[in-house]
Design a binder for this molecule. Structure first.
Ligand SMILES: [Zn+2]
Ligand SMILES: [Zn+2]
Length: 280
């Protein structure tokens, strides 16, 4: 979609919401406006910029995690790899040695206190507490919005990924206020991404499965959000090859490298899916 009316009709979103989102995405450099003429009037449409197109991997990671791990009444559509036609899943491999990588394959140093996704800068004003999980059917990815819908959520989860386990550890490592931290920890337990044992907080299987989301988010940030000059994130070292980790995404079925527009909802693929694979 490129034109205001297309989003307006398809999403059923209010004018106020749509205008403010398009403005925010344009200000952030993810969309750029282009003039066109219609019915003798000059209007403008919105095109993805390079950084906007580059969010495809993050969006795909969100979609597939949400589909696999967040219960919902109407399931999200099956992801089809257009290259091989299979209903597939993302395979994260190492950008250097190309071996498949899971969270456990990285050396992450909690003493470095720099999570995969860094804490927000001081100039930001995080919401102190947040409303309940949206029941709004238009909220496409309610679980993922808990995780990356605000920067403190992403920072707290990333800190858990690097092995921080205690309340005071999160507080010191992130410079987060106790009430914001308590709110995010409570919500992550309610969502089932964090649990508690005698030594503190730890990631559940659902939490560990957010690895593609976090690593795609961090990778995008490294490419496009370097303006303030400070390293936003420590990606971890891939133990097998000893290099700083950067993700590459491949089709889990045919192993082809994925790119923009190569993973589509089944109903948008001409002829549908070639075969059905349980990627659970
Ligand atoms: Zn490697
Ligand atoms: Zn494939």
């Amino acid at each position: 979609m490129r034109r205001y009316g297309e989003w307006r009709r398809t999403l059923g979103i209010s004018d106020a919401s749509l205008s403010s989102r398009l403005r925010a995405l344009t200000d952030a450099g993810l969309l750029a406006t282009r003039p066109y003429r219609e019915g003798g009037r000059s209007r403008h449409e919105y095109r993805l910029t390079d950084s906007g197109r580059d969010t495809w991997a993050l969006l795909a990671a969100i979609w597939l995690w949400e589909r696999a791990w967040v219960p919902r009444e109407v399931p999200l559509p099956d992801p089809v790899h257009t290259g091989c036609g299979a209903v597939s899943d993302l395979l994260v491999t190492c950008g250097h040695c190309d071996r498949p990588v899971r969270l456990d394959d990285l050396d992450l140093d909690p003493a470095a206190r720099v999570p995969i996704v860094g804490p927000p800068g001081a100039r930001l004003h995080p919401r102190r507490t947040r409303a309940a999980l949206p029941a709004d059917p238009l909220s496409v990815f309610p679980g993922a919005m808990e995780i990356i819908g605000d920067r403190w959520g992403a920072a707290v989860l990333s800190a858990a990924v690097v092995g921080i386990r205690t309340f005071s550890g999160f507080e010191r490592g992130l410079g987060v206020s106790p009430d914001v931290l308590a709110d995010r920890l409570r919500r992550f337990r309610a969502l089932g991404v964090l649990d508690r044992d005698a030594e503190g907080y730890l990631l559940t299987a659902r939490g560990r499965a957010t690895f593609p989301i976090l690593t795609c988010l961090a990778d995008w940030g490294r490419r496009w959000m370097t303006a303030d000059g400070r390293p936003a994130a420590y990606p971890g070292v891939h133990r097998a090859c000893g290099r700083l980790f950067g993700p590459r995404l491949r089709c889990a079925e045919c192993r082809e490298e994925l790119g923009f527009g190569t993973v589509l909802p089944a109903d948008l693929v001409p002829g549908g899916a070639r075969k059905h694979v349980d990627s659970g």
